[in-house]
Structures are given as C-alpha cells and as structure tokens.
Design a protein around this ligand. Structure first.
Ligand SMILES: C[S@@+](CC[C@H](N)C(=O)[O-])C[C@H]1O[C@@H](n2cnc3c(N)ncnc32)[C@H](O)[C@@H]1O
Length: 211
C-alpha cells in the first residue's frame, strides 16, 4: 500500500505543474442519474487531480473529493479551490454514515485491488449509498491498448503487476460478477477515452443499489 501511495503522490506532484484534461465523461449521466441526486453530496472516490470534481462543481453539485494521496488532494484543491477534500484509504471502512450519498463516482480508481478487497470496497460504497442510489464508475478494460502492450506479471486472473504496481483489467463477465450482490447494472459499456496523451478503453458502468 505504501508503494502505491508513494506512486500516486509522485504522479500528482508532477501533474500539478501540467494538468491533464479530457472530455468529461459524466456529462451523459447528468439527466438520468445525477440530477436526481442533488439533495445529497456526490462522493468522488479516488478523485486524483479532481477532473470529475471540477465538472460536478461547475454543474452545481455539492461534492466530496476523496483520495488517499495528499498530492492528489492538493492537485484537486489547485484545480477547484472550493472542493471539499477528505483523505482516506478506501480499503478501510469509508468514513461516512450509512445512506450518505445518492451518487458515488469512481473513475479509474477501483481497479488496483485483489478481487476480495474490490468486493469489500463495493460493499462499503453500497452501505454509504441511499436506497436506489448509483455508483458511476470506470474501470480499465481487458482491451485497453496500453495495458495489453505493457510488460506485466499476472498475480490473479486479470490482475497484474505493471511496473511493480497492481492493476486489474475488466471484461464483461468480471464487471457483472462485481455487481452480482445487491446491485442492478443499468448500463455497462466499453468506451474509448483519452488519457496520458493516448487512447484508452474503459468500462463505463452505472449500477444502482437494490434493497
Ligand atoms: C488513475 S487515478 C484516477 C483519478 C481520477 N478519478 C480521474 O479519473 O482522473 C486513481 C486514483 O485512485 C487513488 N487511489 C488508489 N488507491 C487508493 C486507496 N486505497 N484509497 C484511496 N484512493 C486511492 C489514487 O491516489 C488516484 O488518485
């Protein structure tokens, strides 16, 4: 965990001088998912440099931006000075009461963990969502060009060490397995996006908490 934290602190202290940008992916979810959640804050889980927090705040949402990297939170603060920042490690119990949120956003932040840990994080996200609340998430796809080309060591099925850091790739079956207990997947699509100056393939998922 220490290695991962050091990695992200280093990454975001560099990004701080050279902010990345991409087409906001949350735009297509405003009408169908986000609008209904204006009565509670949106949690941006693993907010990184705050791209999604910035988009949400610009669109008038109350946002809690969360990450375990101090440098990530600092980069978010520079990008959106009004952001509400919370620092924690999401592999532990999330520091929020049950049913705090109508929407949790987790973009490219849930694929660093062993399968059992990933399920536990999903369980915590579910606990902190109100009934009928949504997780809007993006995961690296098994079709992602960068990771298929990268030198890597497989430690679990579709879970690799890439340059010493763990990364999971998702196919449809693993997306469905992740949301098998207590969730309804409204939408799960592979989509192309851009990151780090190159093309990237991700699963974009809207999953609703069921009773
Ligand atoms: C690829 S970045 C994505 C950042 C942002 N959501 C985005 O899409 O630009 C992954 C983020 O997850 C955070 N992260 C990784 N493991 C974490 C953990 N155990 N607890 C909290 N945040 C974590 C990293 O610090 C990093 O900011």
């Amino acid at each position: 965990m220490r290695d991962a934290l050091d990695h992200w602190d280093r990454t975001f202290s560099e990004i701080g001088q050279n902010p990345e940008s991409e087409e906001p992916w949350l735009g297509r979810w405003i009408a169908d998912v986000l609008e209904a959640g204006r009565d509670a804050p949106v949690l941006d889980l693993g907010c990184g440099s705050g791209l999604d927090s910035q988009f949400l705040i610009k669109n008038g949402f109350d946002v809690i931006s969360a990450d375990f990297s101090k440098e990530a939170l600092e980069a978010t603060r520079r990008r959106v000075p009004e952001a509400r920042l919370v620092r924690f490690d999401m592999t532990h119990r999330l520091p929020f009461p049950d049913a705090s949120f109508r929407v949790v956003v987790a973009s490219l932040s849930l694929h660093y963990f062993p399968w059992q840990t990933t399920l536990e994080i999903l369980g915590e996200v579910r606990r902190t969502l109100k009934p009928g609340g949504y997780l809007l998430a993006r995961f690296n796809s098994t079709r992602d060009v960068y990771y298929s080309a990268a030198a890597k060591e497989e430690v679990e099925k579709n879970f690799y060490l890439v340059g010493g850091l763990p990364k999971r790739l998702f196919d449809r079956r693993s997306v469905e397995a992740l949301f098998a207990g207590g969730w309804e997947i409204d939408s799960a699509e592979e989509r192309a996006t851009r990151r780090y100056g190159g093309e990237k393939t991700v699963w974009e998922v809207a999953a609703r908490k069921t009773d």
